[in-house]
Write a protein that binds this ligand. Sequence first.
Ligand SMILES: C=CC1=C(C)c2cc3[nH]c(cc4nc(cc5[nH]c(cc1n2)c(C)c5CCC(=O)O)C(CCC(=O)O)=C4C)c(C)c3C=C
Ligand code: FE2
Ligand code: FE2
Length: 344
Amino acid sequence: MNLHKKIGVLVVNVGTPDTPEVPDVRKYLREFLSDPRVIDIPAIARFLLLNLIILPFRSKKSSHAYKMIWKSEGSPLLLHGKALAENVNQILGESYTVEFCMRYQSPSMDSAVKKLLDKNVDEIIVFPLFPQYSSAATGTVFEKIGKICNSMWNVPRLKYISYFYDDVRFIDSFYAVAKPQIDQFKADYVLFSYHGLPERHVRKSDISPKQEHCLEKKNCCASIQAENKYCYRAQSYATTRSLAKLLKLTDENHMTSFQSRLGRDPWIKPYTDLVLPEIAAKGFKRIAVICPAFVADCLETLEEIQMRAREQWLALGGEDLTLVTSLNSHLKWCETVADLIREN
Ligand SMILES: C=CC1=C(C)c2cc3[nH]c(cc4nc(cc5[nH]c(cc1n2)c(C)c5CCC(=O)O)C(CCC(=O)O)=C4C)c(C)c3C=C
Ligand SMILES: [Fe+2]
Ligand SMILES: [Fe+2]
């Protein structure tokens, strides 16, 4: 390797509002949900849905939720991302410059790319913090970097990290973080709850000639094959299989589900809020919930799982539910991120 080469790294997460107040949450939701990769319906229908239904109702509701998890220094998603980038930069040393940014709102991808170019980097590695590929999260980050570079005369060399759902170091990091928490909690059941997606997104990721694999064949997500290599649901199940094996779980005491639905379209199943009653009915009392689609704790883990799902579990007669805190800026995870960057 050329010792004088300077490598820029963009570590990107989805985005968060600047404050938990309604106007900032509305601004964030507007940018996020106007993205055709997130709400993939015709532009006029998306505009009407967003302005007449989602923004008037959701902004207030989400603002209330954000207020419950907000830290004095800011949004958990932002704080964890900044800490991760700082630690990874220290591990990688001075031939690398690592910038943390958000696909929506701030710090913006545009400002982070500018910072890297001001430091005269020779190439940029784009690292979306999403273990499983989805067009709504990973795809939109890659599209955005393309748009940013479109306006440049000297386009920097770009490299992309698309997914790492089965990378042994990612799995080992989650194991290292989760295992002590599950043991200490004395869980009798482990639920792997992933961010959901509309079923339509998964069907569109199917690369078989007539899209006859994803959600068409029985057990379509039970293994990764050529047809479903971009299938978010199949990649999520693969993450669960690797983690469950390390945690020595059996088919009886763990399962995979999908949370955070929005709107009336069918989303990938099973739904987290609908499996909790089934698990309770089997007599399990102490459930630990791991969320391996999120490498940092955020609204979806801290409010939806640790608060709302816990309340639901207690109402179902469960003894307790714990959220297994995420990778955040755990040292093993920082080393994994540094390794994934180095090998690019
Ligand atoms: C159609 C709507 C949505 C899709 C598709 C979607 C995919 C998706 N999202 C993440 C990661 C995160 N999403 C977060 C929040 C969030 N997500 C949606 C909607 C969709 N996400 C909304 C409306 C929100 C905002 C909060 C709310 O009102 O519920 C977050 C947390 C952000 C935070 O500030 O803490 C993350 C992270 C992935 C990985 C993904 C595709 C798989
Ligand atoms: Fe989301
Ligand atoms: Fe699939």
